[in-house]
Unconditional design. Structure first.
Length: 359
């Protein structure tokens, strides 16, 4: 039997739950169930959890940023496996955590997946030195993986980074069964309303919760559309002023339900019982939640801030009137995304691992 290749993933392992951490959890599980790979994770979340402690292949780094960087540097330097696969969303975190990768064993191949939709915008707002550091670090990888074409084109054409770039949506199928408690709550909610709309994200303005609430409020006045219920699944960091604004908007609305920091099983449960999923962001990568909605055969409405998967109903970014128009179309036509995600993104990633190892 041939020796298994060792993969070291670097990023956030849940909890906390979010697009990147859920992806890493699913990837770790899939890799460790293959015949050719064994996977370890450096978890930079700083959040201790019983389940994490039980998994011997999860290395939790906590403390201040300096301590985390030093420990990461030592672990990477001693890692004698085959691939270090770095996952990032925020550009500032990439510049910090990317530095320890310079101290990895020369034999070890380095891959980065850029998940976040704010990567390009953050780069453009960076100062001269920050931009230089970003480009310098990107050039040190053996392969760059982006989640959409906009990121690939920007890195290749604008940053002139001469590294092989692949585009793979950051989606791996859900691992979870339904959460019975959440399912019971949603069934009660569904008994009151004819159609359920779901959205998710952080309580930050660019997620566009305010325009979705406005659109749903106006559509609720049109009796022929039936009773419309809206569920907001909030997670991660929040802007206090924006969160207060949203709470005030929904305070007297009995057709709007807010969940905070659901487990992946809880979110998938709500998604299964919803009719329409909405992504109203003004910037984006390739969100796991949107891909999950397609995977589960849901109607999907999303902003046109980036290219969306085939079949998604798109509206003009941050245009509440156009969102209302597209939601009305979705509600009256039972439109379902026809793209069944026939591509196996995990297999694509394994092919990239094989290609990088052969170099």
């Amino acid at each position: 039997m041939s020796k298994k290749h060792q993969i070291l993933l670097i990023g956030v392992y849940p909890p906390p739950y979010g697009g990147v951490s859920v992806y890493i959890e699913r990837l770790e599980n899939l890799l460790n169930n293959t015949d050719n790979y064994v996977c370890y994770v450096i978890d930079v979340s700083g959040v201790e959890d019983r389940k994490k402690k039980e998994k011997k292949n999860i290395i939790l780094l906590n403390g201040n940023k300096f301590c985390i960087l030093i420990r990461m540097m030592l672990i990477i330097n001693k890692f004698e496996g085959d691939i270090v696969h770095f996952h990032t969303s925020a550009l500032k975190n990439f510049r910090l955590a990317g530095i320890p990768l310079l101290f990895s064993n020369r034999r070890v191949k380095k891959i980065i997946t850029i998940h976040g939709g704010s990567f390009i915008d953050s780069y453009l707002k960076s100062n001269w030195l920050q931009k230089k550091i970003t480009v310098f670090l990107l050039k040190k990888f053996d392969r760059i993986i982006t989640v959409n074409k906009e990121q690939s084109d920007f890195i290749k054409n604008e940053l002139k980074v001469n590294v092989d770039i692949s585009t793979i949506p950051a989606f791996l199928p859900p691992l979870y069964e339904e959460d019975p408690f959440v399912a019971n709550e949603i069934n009660h909610f569904k008994a009151i309303f004819d159609r359920i709309i779901l959205t998710s994200g952080s309580m930050l303005e660019y997620y566009g919760f305010h325009i979705l609430i406005k659109a749903v409020e106006e559509l609720s006045d049109e009796e022929h559309l039936g009773r419309i219920g809206l569920i907001i699944a909030s997670y991660g960091k929040a802007n206090f002023a924006y969160k207060s604004k949203i709470l005030e908007m929904i305070r007297s609305k009995d057709n709007i339900k807010l969940y905070n920091d659901l487990s992946p099983a809880g979110f998938v449960t709500i998604l299964k019982h919803s009719d329409i999923f909405v992504r109203a962001t003004d910037r984006d990568g390739d969100p796991v939640s949107l891909r999950e909605a397609i995977f589960l055969g849901k109607t999907v409405v999303a902003s046109d801030c980036v290219d969306r998967p085939k079949g998604v109903i798109v509206f003009r970014t941050m245009d509440a009137d156009d969102l209302k128009k597209k939601l009305k179309f979705a509600l009256t036509n039972n439109y379902i995304v026809k793209d069944s995600l026939e591509n196996d993104y995990f297999e694509k990633l394994l092919r990239i691992y094989d290609e990088v190892l052969l170099k």
